[in-house]
Design a protein around this ligand. Structure first.
Ligand code: ADP
Ligand code: MG
Length: 256
């Protein structure tokens, strides 16, 4: 397949220092990187290495102490809180580790929510949300509430909710952190397939090197510094393909 070289996220000398009492924590200590349109980018590192901080900066959820962030052609490091809200609505979607679904709403209402915030009317909202639920394989679960679904199903609702507004960029912080291995791989594959067909960019944070090996680009972070950026496109394609093969073999074995 063709890969775009259009840069959609750029970070320049990005720093974030937290001050806790007398001590300073350099959560991000000067990082530089670019992410291309359509890329599935993994940020990998151990707990406390600065992954979430990095993601929150480039998603416009937190402001850096120093440095520049250019997302979809816009500098976001100096935007006000109000401008950031508009920026996020326009460009980005989020998938969370804890799903963050509204417990009293059905799957359908949860997926509709970002459209409600955009002022889309009810009929169109429902139509789009149902289409997304079908796309993540949950067409029959539209009227279920979060407690009536498994973790994997809840995360698929989370994915549908993130994607319903067709964001250019999807940010996911440990999206499979609460899921078993098999379900994690299903969720990963789903994110990958949808992003590929829609040419969306995904930035996913994980502490798991195996999951990271499915990314087109892998940014390795230790103690707030990037130690390596791997071009992993060919490996990622191969890993997804062999995953498919293993699943087929397992199913064949189950039938025998
Ligand atoms: P990761 O997501 O890789 O586990 P984080 O980005 O959450 O790491 O944290 C990086 C470092 O910054 C850690 O040492 C953490 O304790 C510290 N940190 C994160 N958020 C805050 C905060 N709001 N206040 C103070 N320290 C923080
Ligand atoms: Mg984290």
């Amino acid at each position: 397949m063709e890969y775009s070289n259009e840069v959609v996220i750029e970070a320049k000398n990005l720093k974030k220092t937290y001050v806790v009492g007398e001590t300073k924590v350099h959560a991000l200590n000067g990082v530089d990187f670019t992410i291309n349109r359509g890329e599935f980018c993994m940020v990998v590192g151990t707990s406390g290495s600065g992954k979430s901080t990095l993601l929150n900066m480039i998603a416009g959820l937190e402001r850096p102490t120093k440095g520049q962030i250019i997302v979809a052609g816009e500098h976001i490091e100096n935007k006000s809180e109000g401008q950031l809200v508009i920026f996020r609505q326009k460009h980005v979607g989020f998938i969370f580790q804890a799903y963050n679904l509204m417990p009293n709403m059905t799957a359908l209402e949860n997926v509709e929510l970002p459209l409600t915030f955009q002022g889309v009317d009810k009929f169109i909202r429902e139509k789009k949300a149902i289409k997304m639920l079908k796309m993540v394989g949950l067409g029959k679960y539209a009227m279920h509430r979060p407690t009536q679904m498994s973790g994997g199903q809840q995360q698929r609702v989370g994915i549908a909710r993130a994607l319903v507004v067709k964001p250019e960029i999807i940010f996911a912080d440990e999206p499979t952190g609460n899921l078993d291995t098999k379900t994690s791989m299903e969720v990963l594959k789903l994110m990958h397939n949808i992003a590929r067909t829609k040419n969306q960019t995904i930035v996913m944070v994980t502490h798991d090197n195996y999951l990271a090996s499915f990314g087109d680009k892998i940014i390795h972070i230790i103690d707030g510094k990037i130690i390596n950026i791997e071009d992993n496109r060919e490996n990622a394609e191969r890993n997804f393909a062999s995953l498919e093969e293993n699943i087929n073999n397992t199913e064949a074995m189950a039938i025998v």
